[in-house]
Design a protein around this ligand. Structure first.
Ligand code: IVH
Length: 663
């Protein structure tokens, strides 16, 4: 055997040992033996650069850094699932399916709380991993997925294979990660799902590998092309190919059976090594799945049962209030740390004074907390039976905890406000908002840095952000500020001047002007002056804006201080305009259009173009459809359109019409 052949042999061998170890939990060789073979492979690969293969087991332990992720259009959309919340709704689902498929069987599986992923293989070789994205277009994250040890790079199956599943962060990895973040004084991850998503979207695959992700595979996308007829068989086949498939699953026939199994798993979900937020019920027969089909967003043949929000008890240790950028006061609960739905919770928002009063919350009370939508913890109620005399009623403050000025609670409003415009808390929060991602997106000017620079009197207002370059020397003397870091920060600030008008408008923090409203106003008026000069009625006439927001805008622009800020920003060269959005005149204006088949351009792009031409893009063909634009392999939608006599248009014709559209 020559060295090239040995390389191939070692790759196969190490791949197999990897599956035994990471997927089946049943290694047949010792760690030493595995390491020895890996060393041998790496030495040989170093001698034979011509045999380089990103799928090699050796490459999975040496990461690399990318510039960005490539967008990939899914051949078949990645759907999401409808939800059911109780036994009745499960029964409605089962009954509906049985109407079409009288002897239906269902596979019940865990619903993982991670991120959906598609893996593609060609003739046994891993070629690509793509995130779900918006379901139509995802991102190629192969580089990171290769670092997940349990995912096979070589499988024993010819042709094209696509499997889909969920990449997640095991509970243990999540705890280790947050411990590390704490030690390094970095912000904690809110939950395993966010941590997993952040890891998969990191451009440095070394980071992803250190995060110790794992995955379960639950969907064989083109199973039928491989002679597989049911979900049960698809799971078995994937498992046989070396994919990690969860043994927790059951084929059921009745609602009772499904429900009992769900209850059984629900009771022990706390003991699982990974988070599940529900169970998925899928019709077993794949041909029947296809017959039943999908709605625009989700399959009709499957649904997700969501577990009720987990409730736990803990002690309310203290209440403190914080001040937001608008001066709004928010009371917060300090809790004795407890685990809820997989994450450690030690704080919760209490919204306002009335909530504390209505729930009669007292300091040192035992309280019930739960995670609404599994992310934001809330205090549900207190447990008066567990009071022991040490409880103290909470007295709502009448002074701002930061600047000491008197708080104001307006008639009919639930919230208190600090109305001192010079309140440091408000100033800091407004700068944080201004620099944030959806506003001026000043990378490297995050919360912590703003707070610190404010403490050093280097940032006292939004204006100061654009004056920071005058303080370069001073910054360089500060601990933790290298010349490189400071110059990067200053460059980022400089660059932020180019942000679109909508971002600036949002960043100013005008009450009720969120991201969406800012975008609409920027599109409609095209520049800051036009918005400033518009009267209340003109603003209120803009679609989706309304009177209250218009009032708030006028109030903002009536303040000389705000005008000074805007003029200062303009003088600094901050972008104050953008092209007005003009809907071009075309044959699509006001028409309903359906896209079908494989188009050359990404579907999302086609949709965007059509919408910019004033069309309404619909998901299915009906009598109301005006045009159907079709690509290759168009199926039932095209047939239906022909049947209804809808105007058909090829992608080429569509492109021609786009060119014909005039301003
Ligand atoms: S099947 C048509 N099975 O839940 C197939 N999805 O809420 C649709 N998910 O986007 C997916 N565990 O990311 C399926 N056992 C499981 C799942 C699962 C988690 C995720 C998946 C999907 C989301 C829908």
């Amino acid at each position: 055997m020559n060295e090239q052949q040995r390389i191939n042999e070692l790759r196969k061998l190490l791949e197999r040992y990897g599956v035994e170890y990471y997927v089946n939990d049943a290694p047949s060789v010792s760690d030493q033996e595995y390491d020895r073979l890996m060393q041998e492979l790496m030495a040989l690969e170093a001698k034979h650069p011509e045999m380089d293969d990103p799928n090699s087991p050796s490459r999975r332990i040496i990461g690399s850094v990318l510039e960005g992720f490539e967008k990939v259009v899914h051949a078949q959309r990645m759907l999401s699932l409808g939800n059911v919340f109780n036994k009745e709704e499960i029964d409605e689902f089962v009954t509906r399916i049985k109407k079409d498929v009288p002897d239906a069987e269902f596979v019940v599986e865990c619903k993982y709380d991670g991120l959906a992923m598609a893996l593609q293989y060609e003739n046994g070789r891993f070629v690509r991993a793509v995130t779900r994205g918006d379901g139509i277009t995802g991102e190629d994250v192969s580089n990171n997925v290769r670092t997940i040890a349990s995912i096979p790079m070589y499988i024993d199956e010819p042709g094209y294979v696509e499997v889909r599943g969920e990449v997640y962060m095991p509970k243990k990895s999540f705890e280790d990660l947050n411990e590390l973040q704490t030690a390094m004084h970095l912000p904690l991850f809110a939950n395993p799902r966010n941590a997993a998503a952040g890891s998969i979207r990191n451009l440095d695959s070394n980071v992803c590998r250190q995060r110790k992700l794992d995955a379960y595979w639950y969907y064989f996308q083109n199973a039928q092309e491989h002679g597989i007829g049911s979900q049960e068989k698809a799971l078995e086949a994937m498992s046989a190919l070396g994919f990690r498939v969860n043994p927790i699953r059951k084929v059921c026939r009745t609602t009772d059976e499904i429900y009992d199994f769900i209850q059984e798993i629900g009771e022990k979900r706390g003991t699982l090594a990974y988070e599940i937020d529900g169970m998925v019920i899928k019709l077993n027969d794949l041909a029947a799945q296809q017959r039943i089909g999908t709605t625009a967003k989700a399959p009709r043949y499957a649904t997700a049962y969501k577990f009720p929000a987990e409730e736990v008890q803990t002690r309310l240790v203290d209440i403190f209030v914080s001040v937001g950028r608008t001066g709004r006061i928010t009371p917060n609960a300090v809790l004795e740390p407890v685990r809820v739905a997989g994450t450690l919770v030690s704080a919760a928002t209490l919204h306002n004074e009335d909530m504390i009063k209505n729930k009669d919350l007292r300091i040192n009370d035992m309280v019930v907390i739960r995670k609404a939508g599994e992310i934001i913890p809330e205090v549900v109620r207190c447990i008066p039976e567990r009071r022991d005399g040490t409880q103290i009623p909470y007295v709502y403050p009448d002074e701002c905890p930061v600047c000491g000025s008197r708080l104001v609670r307006l008639e009919g409003e639930a919230e208190h406000f600090c109305v001192n415009p010079d309140c440091p808390a408000r100033i800091i929060e407004s700068m944080i908002h201004f620099a944030s991602r959806d506003a001026m997106d000043i990378d490297s000017l995050g919360d912590k840095k703003i707070e610190q620079l404010h403490e050093w009197h280097l940032l006292n207002s939004i204006e100061d952000i654009y004056r920071l370059h005058e303080k370069r020397e001073e910054l360089l003397e500060k601990k933790g500020y290298s010349a490189k870091g400071v110059d990067k920060l200053l460059a980022n600030i400089e660059q932020s001047k180019q942000q679109p008008l909508a971002n600036l408008l949002f960043g100013l923090g005008i009450r009720l002007v969120g991201k969406k409203a800012a975008g609409i106003l920027a599109d409609e008026f095209g520049n800051m002056d036009a918005i400033r000069q518009a009267d209340e009625q003109t603003l209120a006439n803009v679609k989706f804006i309304g009177h209250v927001t218009a009032q708030s805008l006028c109030a903002y622009f009536a303040e000389p201080e705000n005008i000074e800020l805007i003029e200062f920003l303009a003088a600094q060269g901050v972008n104050m305009s953008q092209n007005k959005k003009e809907t071009k005149q075309s044959i699509f204006s006001g028409k309903t259009v359906v896209l079908t088949g494989k188009l050359n351009m990404p579907r999302a792009e086609a949709k965007k173009i059509l919408e910019s031409l004033g069309a309404n893009v619909a998901g299915s063909v009906s009598k109301k459809t005006d045009y159907v634009i079709y690509g290759e392999d168009a199926g039932s939608k095209l047939a239906k359109a022909q049947e209804l006599g809808t105007t058909l248009m090829s992608e080429e014709q569509f492109e021609q019409e786009v060119k014909n559209a005039k301003k």
